[in-house]
Design a protein around this ligand. Structure first.
Ligand code: ZN
Ligand code: ZN
Ligand code: ZN
Length: 246
């Protein structure tokens, strides 16, 4: 399978409006610190699935030449993870959307003017799409009551995407996501900045070690990291348009 990080930014994106820090200035100059909001594209030889649809989706579809998707999976009902879905409007109708019931209820209430085809999925129950097996697993991301990460398997290959998550991943999820070939992990800030809803970069590295991830890439990154070219010498930071062949 092929995994593309369409957007590696946090809810504000980088540059942050009005900010002149070195990272935002690098982003303004077109450096890899420029981060659109969260979306991941998963592809097989049978099709394309989007994990979340951030508000920058139109731009991401144009930049990555995405003209059709075979499904959308939503991890939770935060603005930066679903509002770009309306970018499909008049481009593609009858989109198949997947998620746990609480998430679909919330998002489809907001997107009431669109008519996607709804598929309610239970956590820990695998389902097939584009020849790949997807499993939603519980993560903690308060104040969201129920949020999920996504595990994607193809034969003996495994990709785990935490989406937005605190470090205390529930035991049942930890058991499921052991030894992934690739871990795409929420690491919103360096440990010098305090946040509760997400992992910082140290916690993300600890999770990767705990589950024995073969490869790790950090996403949902804020402007609190140093400019990408500098910080990525030390940390496995993702960047927009980064591709993995698993
Ligand atoms: Zn987010
Ligand atoms: Zn900044
Ligand atoms: Zn969130």
């Amino acid at each position: 399978m092929k995994v593309t990080l369409l957007g590696t930014g946090d809810a504000t994106g980088t540059p942050l409006i009005g900010c002149e820090c070195p990272t935002c200035m690098d982003a303004h100059r077109g450096g890899k610190s420029r981060r659109l909001r969260f979306s991941v594209l998963v592809e097989s030889d049978k099709g394309k699935v989007l994990i979340d649809t951030g508000p920058d989706l139109r731009q991401q579809m144009l930049e990555n030449n995405i003209v059709h998707v075979d499904g959308v999976i939503w991890t939770h009902g935060h603005y930066d993870h679903y509002t770009g879905f309306a970018e499909f409007h008049r481009v593609q109708s009858n989109v198949d959307v997947y998620g746990i019931t609480e998430t679909l209820d919330y998002i489809l209430d907001y997107l009431y003017f669109l008519k996607p085809i709804r598929h309610d999925v239970l956590m820990y129950e695998p389902f097939e799409l584009i020849g790949l097996t997807f499993t939603l697993f519980e993560v903690k991301h308060p104040p969201v009551k129920k949020a999920v990460g996504v595990m994607i398997c193809e034969r003996n290959k495994k990709v785990v995407i935490t989406s937005d998550a605190q470090k205390d991943i529930p035991p049942r999820s930890l058991e499921l996501i052991q030894q992934p070939d690739l871990l795409v992990v929420d690491a919103i800030v360096p440990p010098t900045i305090k946040v509760k809803k997400h992992m910082n970069s140290v916690e993300a590295m600890a999770l990767a070690k705990e589950i024995e991830a073969k490869e790790i890439v950090m996403t949902h990154l804020s402007h609190y990291f140093k400019p990408h070219d500098e910080e990525s010498k030390i940390l496995p930071l993702g960047y927009d348009g980064m591709v993995f062949h698993i």
